[in-house]
Ligand binder design. Structure first.
Ligand code: MN
Ligand code: MN
Ligand code: MN
Length: 279
């Protein structure tokens, strides 16, 4: 069984529609996929419909990736297996959408000041009605020839401390956990090694998260340093967290692929044991 519990569609900053995404997951032999768009569940219905229409051999579970503020940083909390209509998750995601809208306007205003025009309209066009994220602004900067790589757009403009950065004021991690669990789901710390923080801070993050009643941490990712899985698994065990795994797939590229390189080291319990137990 291949579980990929972190992926994106055009409902946020992914480049495949939910229909295309579930079809690709089947091609990559994924058995269980979670669609975890940034602060939105808008893509789920289309994904389930595509599976039902073609009777695809794939289980799609509800998911979301919530941007949270913690210690002056942006930390991502993934929610899995919740009722996406439940009032606790709806209220939180509505508030996040409003924060995201205000932030996008702020970023566009800063870009305007340095001579990059109509960035909001262009980002909105790329988002096709979905949530506008910094990744959309990165694509605008690349398309306009301001930068030659998406990564450079973040490094020079969109990252904290850079010219077009706007502090988002996201919800807290505790609020995210409460909303996800209130809707019957599990809360997972996303990609703990991708925040550019030391292991000391990763430990502090996981310890706090466990203290607030969080459920799991992503231990296996597609791109990982050789010893990272082991280190994350050991920390998860230490703080009583379960393990999750996901590709964080956004679009077809050489390094990241649905279901790729996703396996857990020994001695750690996977988050899906919870669901299996409930059956
Ligand atoms: Mn993204
Ligand atoms: Mn993330
Ligand atoms: Mn993600």
């Amino acid at each position: 069984m291949i579980y990929d519990l972190h992926s994106h569609s055009t409902a946020s900053d992914g480049m495949l529609s939910p229909e295309q995404l579930v079809k690709r997951a089947v091609e990559r032999r994924v058995d269980v996929l979670a669609l975890t768009d940034h602060d939105t569940t808008a893509g789920l219905q289309a994904g389930w419909q595509a599976i039902a229409a073609d009777d695809l051999p794939l289980t799609l579970i509800s998911g979301v990736e919530i941007s949270c503020s913690w210690e002056g940083m942006e930390i991502h909390i993934v929610g899995l297996g919740f009722d996406e209509q439940h009032p606790t998750i709806r209220a939180l995601l509505d508030a996040q959408a409003e924060r995201r809208r205000v932030r996008a306007e702020g970023i566009a205003a800063k870009l305007e000041k340095i001579g990059i025009h109509s960035a909001l309209e262009k980002a909105q066009a790329l988002a096709e009605g979905g949530a506008v994220t910094r990744a959309h602004f990165a694509r605008v900067l690349k398309a306009d020839g301001v930068v030659d790589k998406l990564d450079t757009a973040f490094k020079k403009y969109l990252r904290k401390g850079k010219r077009a950065y706007v502090s988002p004021g996201w919800c807290s991690i505790e609020q995210a956990i409460e909303a996800i669990q209130g809707a019957g789901g599990v809360a997972v710390v996303a990609h703990p090694t991708k925040y550019q923080i030391s292991w000391k801070w990763v430990r502090k993050l996981l310890e706090s998260f466990a203290g607030w009643g969080g459920d799991a941490v992503e231990v296996a990712m597609t791109q990982q340093m050789p010893n990272e899985k082991r280190k994350l698994a050991d920390l998860a065990v230490e703080f009583g967290l379960l393990a999750s795994q996901g590709s964080d797939f956004h679009y077809p590229e050489s390094w990241v692929e649905l279901g790729k390189n996703l396996w857990l080291p020994s001695g750690i319990d996977p988050i899906w044991q919870r669901w299996e137990a409930q059956k």
